[in-house]
Design a protein around this ligand. Structure first.
Ligand code: BDR
Ligand code: CA
Length: 305
């Protein structure tokens, strides 16, 4: 079982990623750390607690960065994609649970030092918490065996600008720190996640299961699905961005990975662009292919299996 810290900005696909990880026996979810991104950090914490409650599990939730590494507060959130509440407007009541005291950055540092070379970090929001942890404790680089990041668009266009993907555009300086750190990193970007789509029919299966967590996911996904259908006519589903990062942690053979040095544009209209090169160091693994069918089967089986 891999010990995992999942760093989230809980939005709809983050919620699916949390459920997928929590239902996967290969992973031991030791903490969910939150960050601003799709919504504010306190909203991400609230949403994460609500998802954990729907799962009926006891997973620590620790709040993290409220603003970017160098640019202050994020200018615009993604409520048009994830709903006003970040959960497709499906949040009916405040969760009863509370976050664990302390800051996500300190939680990451403590856990990595407590379990050297054992903690996989999966980041599916802006990379701010991880960048802050590296700035505070640079020795983490040699203590983390695996980092899987949902972010970037190395071989394809972006989704929030023609160049940039949302998680990287949200904090390009943080991404630059993490990609240049030498951490053993796998980048699960739009290169592959725009091929892993959740068809609308699966929402019916989730409802038919009658399970509380699956019902909650189905309800929140309606809004997210409508965004995809209106933004990308004929696409046939919504993007399983964050769940694919969890899928890669469970089974890396789902993707084709190519080593590249990835730099991040931090200035001008291309800010947030991820540029891959076969030359130079440090290299990270960039996912350039995915067995989308096998992934979807695995993901769907875990959610209501
Ligand atoms: C990423 O951006 C967020 O909106 C999603 O949750 C995902 O992490 C996709 O670009
Ligand atoms: Ca996310």
């Amino acid at each position: 079982m891999k010990k995992v810290i999942l760093d989230v900005d809980t939005g709809v696909d983050d919620a699916m990623a949390i459920a997928y990880a929590a239902h996967s026996p290969e992973l031991e979810l030791i903490g969910l750390t939150t960050c601003f991104g799709n919504i504010t950090a306190p909203e991400a914490t609230r949403n994460t607690l609500a998802v954990v409650e729907s799962l009926g599990k006891d997973i620590p939730v620790i709040e993290g960065a409220k603003e970017t590494l160098r640019r202050g507060e994020k200018k615009q959130y993604s409520r048009h994609v994830h709903g006003e509440d970040g959960l497709g407007n499906a949040l009916k009541a405040e969760p009863a649970g509370r976050p664990q005291p302390g800051h996500a950055v300190d939680f990451i540092i403590e856990q990595v030092k407590r379990y050297p070379n054992e903690v996989t970090i999966i980041s599916v929001g802006p990379l701010t918490n991880l960048a802050l942890a590296l700035e505070k404790a640079p020795e983490l680089v040699s203590l983390i065996p695996e980092v899987i990041v949902m972010g970037g668009a190395v071989t394809v266009p972006g989704n929030v600008t023609p160049y940039g993907e949302a998680n990287i555009v949200a904090d390009p300086e943080a991404a630059a720190v993490v990609f240049g750190s030498g951490l053993p990193l796998t980048l699960v970007g739009l290169d592959v996640t725009m091929q892993t789509l959740l068809p609308r029919t699966l929402l019916d299966d989730w409802r038919a299961s009658g399970r509380r967590d699956a019902l909650f996911l189905a309800e929140m996904t309606e809004f997210y699905m409508e965004f995809y259908e209106s933004c990308y006519p004929g696409i046939g589903g919504c993007g399983l961005h964050d769940p694919l990062a969890v899928g890669v942690a469970i089974d890396p053979s789902l993707v084709k990975i190519e080593p590249m040095r990835v730099t991040v544009v931090t200035e001008g209209e291309e800010a947030g662009r991820t540029v891959g090169s076969p030359e130079g160091a440090p290299k990270i693994g960039v996912c350039t292919g995915v067995d989308a069918e096998r992934f979807l089967r695995h993901f769907a089986g875990r959610i209501v299996g």
